[in-house]
Ligand binder design. Sequence first.
Ligand code: SF4
Length: 342
Amino acid sequence: MLKSPKKAAQSLMTWYHENKRDLPFRGIDNPYFTWVSEIMLQQTQVDTAVPYFNRFIERFQTVCDLARADQAEVLKYWEGLGYYRRAKHLHESAQRICDEMDGVFPSDLKTIESLKGVGRYIARAIHSIAFNQPSAAVDGNVLRVITRLTGYDEDVMKPAHARVVEGVAQSMIEHATPKDFTQALMELGATVCQKSPKCEQCPMQSMCVAYQENRQAELPVMIKKTKKTEKHYHVFVVLNAGHAFLIKRPENGLLANLYTFPQYEGSLDAAIHAFESDVAARVKDTESLFELDHVFSHQIWHLTVHRVYLTDDSMIPFVSLTNFPYAIAKAHLKIIDQIKEI
Ligand code: SF4
C-alpha cells in the first residue's frame, strides 16, 4: 500500500525532530507518566490535558501514590475532564500494579493491554513510547494520516480495516526509533494532517495519494452506526448565600459517584413532585434560568435549568461551590459557570 515505508518513516522523523511541540509528558522515560497522559488524551485536546496532567502527577508521583489515594480525591483531580470512567479505571489498575506487580509498570504488551481501561491503541502507545518497542499504535490522528497517505478508502470503523491501517504504520515503525515514531505520527495528525490538512507543511506530501488525487476531504472513511440517545432533564438549583444544594449520583451507571444538582426527567410538575419528595420540602416558586446541552459518547442531555425556592430550606445541606472537595460532573460545572454570570 505504501511504496516505501522506509522513506516515509525517515521523512516523518526528520520533520518531527525539527517541529515537535514541547509537552510535559515527552522525553520522560516513565511508563506511568505515559500511561496517565495517554488516558487523559483519549478524549481530550492536548492544551486542555496538559494542566490536568501536571497537577495529577505532582499529587500522584508514582503508581502506588495513585493506588493508595481515595477514589474521591482521584476524581477531584479529574474534575472537568469528563469521561470519569477513565479516572476510575486508572485508579483500579494502579491498585493492581501496586498490589500484584510490586508497583512496577508491566513492560510486555499483553499485560499492559490487560489493565482496565487500556485498549489496543493505548497498550501499543505505551509499549512503543515508554519501552521503545516497535508496536505501531493507531489513534484517530494516525488513522487520518495513514488513510490519506495511502488513499485507503475502506470504512476504518471496522476492526479488520483499522488493522490494515495499523499494518501500514507497523511497516514504517520498523525503520525508526519506536518511541519517537509513535509520537511523530500522532504529532503530524494533530498539527498538520488535521481535518483541514496543511499539506504545504507536510513532510510526506510527495508520496501522499490523497494529496495527489485531491481526496483529503474524503478520508478517512468512518461510518458511525450508533445514534446517541437524547434525554431531557429539569435541573433544580437551590441557592443560599453563595452555597448550593448538590446530590451524589449512585455508585453505578453514568457519572457514578459524582455530584450534580438534582435533575429529573418528565414534565416540570412531575419533576417538582419528585424533588419535593426527595428533599422533604415544599417548592414555593421556580424561575426558569437557561437551557444547555451536554454531549456524551452515547447520550445527549438537554438540560433545562431552574432556580428553585423552597418554603423552608433549613434542613437542606448546602455546600460551598468554590471549594467543594468532591468532583462535580462536567455538565453541571457548566451550569455553575453560567450561574456565576447571572
Ligand atoms: S500531504 Fe496532506 S493529506 Fe497527505 S499526509 Fe500530508 S497533510 Fe495529510
